[in-house]
Design a protein around this ligand. Structure first.
Ligand code: DP6
Length: 401
């Protein structure tokens, strides 16, 4: 039976979080979500951080509906509407250009969507990228679209288009006014650099004060430094970063990652009124990383910060135990019963007296709430197991187990 004749078509997909090492900050077109510069990111492993989304279409549904982490949300929000419009347009286009039958009924079917994160949405970790990538991917499966999904995901959140692929991903800014060439592409697959590790240092679980969309709008309007960065700095950095990734050059990769994060936060300070996403603890982490690297005489670890105070630290597997010990030393965990280290197992290590002396920071108990240890991972997946569906046969969220 063709899928369009089924009473209920349901698919469940998962999608990853990504972290940019060359940052996206600023749009040249707010409606189409077109950036003022290209960006490059690392896709994080879904074993630690992922969004799961079920999309179901049925002729019996009377309206589009969406549930996020179990709560029904307003389906009318503009970004969500833009994604839905875009996927239905692609579905229509596909059917009308192929030598297939006339547009099937399923195109007019309403959709129910349910989405959950396996990490706290409010933890200040980028959930919108994984969320919109997962939405785009699941909608494409349910409506039978197999074209490039960059535009669908991008309309939800710019950085979401980079979560459509695993490994190392660039979002090419493109030149066209209609955005057709503003697409995400894989630079290298997740198997490319197996030693690379990612440590997320969760500093604060609070929601950010100034969201990315509003923040970057003010930056575009007021920061001459941002314009300079987009025009004169990022093009060279994209080429350099691509080279470092291809060559698995950690020194180059780490240095450029830190510089680009610092420049992004400099453009925030150059914004008027200024925006500041880093906290005192973030700055202490920056100091810790530079002390650690100076002690070793090379770039062993590298930080990057998005629109919030949490640090994402890149390093190689053999450095993880010592760096985690250094973080514990500088930010002694407060015994609140929670596990300080989540994700991939990390071998315990002790600090040498020399390194302890080199870490020129006053310990701040509880400054880092916990660490998530993860690695580079694959792109979105479709789950075949019907038990994974978040929506039941009636198209409503299954009661949480
Ligand atoms: C600092 O993709 O969240 O994380 O397109 O307005 O939804 P919108 O912004 P968003 O911005 C991400 C900004 C960043 C840098 C990055 O991920 O490249």
């Amino acid at each position: 039976m063709a899928s369009e004749e089924k009473p209920l078509v349901v698919v469940t997909c998962t999608a990853p979080v990504n972290i940019a090492v060359i940052k996206y900050w600023g749009k040249r077109d707010e409606d189409l979500v077109l950036p003022i510069n290209s960006s490059l990111s690392v896709t994080l492993h879904q074993d630690q951080l992922k969004t799961t989304t079920t999309a179901a279409i049925s002729k019996d549904f009377t309206e589009d509906r969406i549930w996020l982490n179990g709560r029904e949300e307003d389906v009318g929000q503009p970004r969500l509407q833009a994604c839905l419009r875009e996927i239905r347009r692609l579905a229509r286009k596909r059917r009308s250009t192929g030598d297939e039958d006339p547009p099937p009924l399923s195109l007019s079917y309403k959709v129910h969507i349910a989405s959950v994160n396996n990490f706290p949405t409010a933890a200040g970790l980028a959930s919108s990228a994984a969320g919109y990538a997962c939405l785009a991917y699941a909608l494409a499966r349910v409506y039978g679209v197999d074209s490039d999904l960059s535009e669908v995901a991008r309309r939800g959140s710019g950085s979401a288009c980079r979560s459509l692929y695993g490994g190392f991903v660039e979002w090419q800014m493109g030149e066209r006014a209609d955005g057709k060439d503003s697409v995400a592409r894989q630079v290298a697959p997740e198997s490319h650099w197996p030693e690379l590790r990612v440590l997320i240092l969760v500093v604060s679980a609070d929601r950010k004060l100034m969201g990315s969309t509003a923040g970057m709008r003010t930056s575009v309007e007021t920061s001459p430094l941002l314009r300079f960065r987009a025009e004169a700095v990022v093009p060279g950095r994209m080429a350099e970063m691509t080279h470092c990734v291809r060559e698995r050059d950690f020194q180059g990769f780490g240095r450029l990652t830190m510089k680009d994060s610092n420049q992004f936060h400099a453009t925030c300070l150059d914004t008027f009124p200024p925006i500041s996403y880093l906290s005192d603890i973030s700055r202490r982490i920056v100091r810790l990383v530079h002390c650690f690297n100076a002690h070793h005489g090379q770039t062993k670890v590298a930080y990057t910060f998005d629109a919030g105070p949490n640090a994402v630290v890149f390093t190689l597997d053999d450095t993880v135990p010592e760096f985690v010990a250094a973080v514990r030393h500088c930010f002694p965990p407060e015994s609140n019963g929670d596990k300080f280290l989540k994700g991939l197992p990390v071998r315990p290590a002790s600090l040498s007296d020399e390194l302890r002396a080199a870490l020129d920071v006053d310990p701040t108990p509880g400054g880092v709430k916990y660490i998530i240890a993860t690695q580079v991972g694959p792109g979105p997946q479709t789950l075949d197991d019907p038990h994974a569906h978040l929506l039941g046969p009636d198209g409503l969220p299954k009661p949480a187990a």
